[in-house]
Design a protein around this ligand. Structure first.
Ligand SMILES: Nc1nc2c(c(=O)[nH]1)N(C=O)[C@@H](CNc1ccc(C(=O)N[C@@H](CCC(=O)O)C(=O)O)cc1)CN2
Ligand SMILES: Nc1nc2c(ncn2[C@@H]2O[C@H](COP(=O)(O)OP(=O)(O)OP(=O)(O)O)[C@@H](O)[C@H]2O)c(=O)[nH]1
Ligand SMILES: [Mg+2]
Length: 445
């Protein structure tokens, strides 16, 4: 197999907008030479990680900017390759001039999305879960998401996958040994059934965290719903902290579904205010009601807001309206409701006065999250969950095969589980899968 020479890649590492500082990053064998063309005052053998103050010049030697030059000597860099950074003033046009200059060199080409991180992965600087955590960190839009991604970056998930992969690999080797060298390896498969069962439990435990991972990564979706005029929009505004939704005494005020993003206890949430439900509405309002039903089916939690006059029979009807979605029921307008009217243990809130709103926030969080802090989790992504699911299925088949099939079948299933797990860590991963993963990174990452 012949290898094309490794190209040197270049991209802006900072957002393409005006900022205090903008960074042009180069990675690959020609990084230092090409970088020094723009910064000729930097010595030919610069001290790694030393920040040189240098003039960045155009082809005629005229100064374009004065900035910092950083050199990372391979393999002690983010990518494991030679890396040079030009830290310039953050003018978008200036940065494009600098980028264009380094691209004039035929050894340099623009980096594809995620290519710096991809090289870090391919050069063994990090496993796949850590590479993905880099993208998670950039995309994180709540404190919980930041902390979970940071845990991933520090290798928490990688460690747990390794703790599953290593014993699975040992098991596979033992079973294969018995198959191939029945005399020498005799008995090495004696406890195979118990080992498969233990690994299956472990894998299922990780798989079970995928739902929480999604909740942290994307944030939860929570809809307020209920009869018209119950005070949903008033409560929505109170929860969001600003007058986002129109409020009026006219029943049927809200027509479209309104969304607002909030962060409670570090967890990101999208709150939805919906059109109140009632029989025989006007045409436009009926469209709104259809949207409410659609929204209700797609949220993590529905908060049913009931007006003080709602009967228990009506409440039952509204509860059914949410279908399979979990419902948290609250008694609204508690400032004008008589205490006796409310059911015991029912949350009583008033959007108008703010009474009970803190308790509602707490109740929503605990319904979504159960016990424990949202930060105490490594992000198991959909991709990881898919691979873990396949690993679990293979292990379950291996367990069943212990009793009814040959050892070959058991070994085959354990091998499949190993392969599926390898997709999580990156030990067995196809070019196509890597393409799919790094596609979602931004250019320059
Ligand atoms: N200016 C700048 N800031 C940045 C980055 C960058 O590339 N440039 N990063 C990029 O995303 C992140 C930092 N990540 C980095 C990770 C590893 C190494 C590195 O040089 N690793 C070597 C040496 C380790 C050591 O000395 O402890 C190694 O792993 O061998 C550098 C940056 C965030 N901040
Ligand atoms: N006393 C009292 N009145 C409230 C409270 N919340 C809302 N209201 C009043 O009830 C009426 C309806 O309020 P909205 O918030 O628009 O009710 P809604 O459930 O969004 O109504 P629709 O969008 O029509 O379904 C308005 O006149 C509000 O001022 C409350 O907590 N206490
Ligand atoms: Mg409303």
């Amino acid at each position: 197999m012949s290898h094309a020479p490794v190209s040197t890649i270049a991209a802006l590492a900072t957002a393409p907008a005006a900022g205090a500082v903008g960074i042009l990053r180069l990675s690959g064998p020609a990084a230092l030479e090409v970088g020094r063309r723009l910064a000729p005052s930097v010595p030919a053998e610069p001290t790694p990680r030393h920040a040189y103050l240098a003039s960045f010049v155009d082809a005629e030697g005229r100064t374009l900017d004065e900035g910092l030059f950083l050199y990372f000597r391979a393999p002690a860099s983010f990518t494991g390759e030679e890396v040079v950074e030009l830290q310039a003033h953050g003018g978008p046009r200036l940065l494009r001039l600098l980028l264009a200059r380094v691209l004039e060199d035929e050894r340099v080409r623009p980096a594809r999305p995620g290519e710096f991180t991809r090289r870090a992965f391919l050069n063994g600087r990090m496993d796949l879960t850590r590479a993905e955590a880099v993208a998670d960190l950039v995309a994180a839009d709540s404190e919980a998401a930041v902390r979970a991604a940071a845990a991933g970056l520090s290798g928490v998930l990688a460690e747990r996958v390794r703790a599953l992969e290593a014993p699975l690999r040992d098991l596979h080797a033992d079973v294969e040994g018995v198959l191939n060298f029945p005399d020498e390896a005799e008995g090495a498969d004696a406890d195979a059934g118990a080992r498969v069962a233990a690994l299956l439990t472990q894998a299922q435990g990780m798989l079970a965290e995928a739902a929480r991972g999604r909740l942290v990564r994307q944030g939860a979706r929570v809809a307020l719903y209920g009869p018209v005029n119950a005070g949903k929009s008033t409560l929505f505004n109170r929860l969001v902290g600003e007058a986002r939704a129109l409020v009026d005494e006219e029943p049927g005020t809200t027509r479209d579904v309104l969304e607002a993003r909030v962060e409670w206890e570090g967890l990101g949430l999208t709150l939805l205010d919906t059109a109140g439900l009632r029989e025989a509405p006007g045409r436009v309002e009926a469209l709104g009601i259809a949207r409410t039903r659609e929204a209700l089916s797609a949220v993590d939690l529905a908060v049913l807001v009931l007006p003080p006059e709602a009967s228990e029979a009506e409440a039952e009807t509204w509860l059914r309206e949410a279908g399979a979605t979990a419902v948290l029921r609250v008694a609204g307008k508690c400032d004008v409701a008589s205490e006796a009217a409310a059911r015991e243990s029912e949350l009583r809130v008033s959007g108008r006065t703010g009474a009970g709103v803190e308790a509602l926030r707490t109740a929503v969080l605990s319904r979504l999250w159960g016990s424990g802090a949202p930060t105490a989790v490594a992000l198991v992504s959909e991709r990881h969950a898919d691979a873990l699911r396949r690993a679990c299925e293979a292990l379950a088949r291996a367990e069943a095969a212990r009793h009814v099939s040959t050892l070959e079948v058991v070994s085959g299933e354990v091998g499949l589980a190993l392969e599926a797990l390898g997709e999580v860590s990156g030990t067995s991963v196809s070019e196509a899968l890597l393409d799919a993963i790094f596609q979602r990174f931004c250019i320059g990452k």
